[in-house]
Write a protein that binds this ligand. Structure first.
Ligand SMILES: Cc1cc2nc3c(=O)[nH]c(=O)nc-3n(C[C@H](O)[C@H](O)[C@H](O)COP(=O)(O)OP(=O)(O)OC[C@H]3O[C@@H](n4cnc5c(N)ncnc54)[C@H](O)[C@@H]3O)c2cc1C
Length: 280
């Protein structure tokens, strides 16, 4: 297997388009891909590493954070502004594996993997982030909800790469549950975000259905910066109902539904009441 590490995006895209499908595998942090290859999933001739592309960037705007696809999660986590401006994202990034893993793993890799138990997808859905996709004809931007098609399936076409993720700075919170916190993936994770005017709340759940999803009926119950306790309880119960809960080897459906209700309620309560960052 050859290892290529181009320094220009055009070279990377040309390589992806060269030869038959499956010849090239894209390598970012490698925390998912290398395990797949070890297990015999795929036999690429070329590993196309993205690590020399100038994409490890993190840029704050007035109302957005732009994260380059190959920025290691640990660098995002260390950013001094993150706790104040997008608290839910900091909580979610901190939940991904251990510190050594986060030194390697990237946001782009997490989204393209599109795992049902990803800790980053629910918070990014709740924040309504957008994904910048680069191909041979330039860059297009689409909402994350449209980018994801199912487990391990996205809209990325052959010759396309995730270039960046654009994340609104919003009051937000993330809660998760797992059996062994240090080295398991989450059984359930939930994320809640609120628009600065308090008009709209967004709730996303993961680990209960084939892919993370928004709980729109429950969202519609919440209004204002500090909704009354009974509305929070109803919204949490509603989110647990519309999450599409299923049982699997990690937990039963009854346990998951109860857990969802509790975690959504905790996340709603944890969203900062005051404005966060410049958006508020
Ligand atoms: C021990 C362990 C614990 C883990 N714990 C968690 C956890 O708690 N929570 C969680 O959410 N995840 C967890 N993961 C999963 C994993 O670490 C994340 O999904 C990680 O963010 C993947 O990023 P990466 O850069 O390593 O991707 P890679 O492994 O390099 O790539 C993953 C996939 O995305 C493709 N890809 C990568 N970057 C791009 C790009 N820019 N454009 C197009 N395609 C691209 C690759 O071709 C590959 O198919 C864990 C994994 C391990 C091994």
């Amino acid at each position: 297997m050859a290892l290529l590490a181009p320094t220009r995006a055009e070279e990377a895209i040309a390589e992806l388009l060269d030869g038959p499908e499956g010849r090239v595998a894209v390598l970012a942090g490698g925390t998912d891909l290398l395990l797949d290859l070890e297990e015999g999933k795929g036999a690429p001739e070329v590993l196309l590493s993205l690590h020399r592309l100038p994409w490890r960037e993190l840029r704050w705007g007035r109302e957005h954070l732009e994260v380059g696809a190959t920025l290691p999660l640990a660098e995002l986590e260390r950013d001094p502004e993150l706790a104040r401006r997008i608290p839910g994202l900091l909580e979610a990034v901190g939940a991904v594996g251990g510190f050594a893993l986060r030194n390697q793993a990237t946001l782009g890799g997490n989204l393209v993997r599109a795992s049902p138990v990803s800790d980053l997808i629910p918070i990014l859905l709740a924040l309504e982030c957008e994904v910048g996709i680069l191909g041979s004809t330039g860059e297009r931007t689409i909402p994350l909800e449209k980018f994801l098609l199912g487990p391990r399936r996205t809209v990325l076409a052959r010759g396309e790469l995730v270039r960046r993720v654009v994340i609104p700075t919003l009051p937000s919170a993330f809660r998760w549950q797992r059996v062994r916190p240090a080295n398991d993936v989450s059984q359930i994770s939930v994320a809640v975000a609120r628009t600065p005017d308090g008009e709209h709340w967004r709730i996303a759940t993961a680990g209960v259905a084939p892919l993370a999803r928004r709980a729109r009926t429950a969202e519609a119950l919440l209004r204002g910066r500090s909704p009354p306790e009974e509305l929070m309880v109803s919204a949490a119960a509603g989110a647990a109902e519309e999450a599409g809960v299923r049982a699997d080897k990690r937990a039963t459906d009854t346990y998951r539904r109860q857990l969802l209700r509790t975690l959504v309620l905790r996340a709603i309560r944890a969203v900062p009441v005051g404005p966060t960052g410049d958006a508020g």
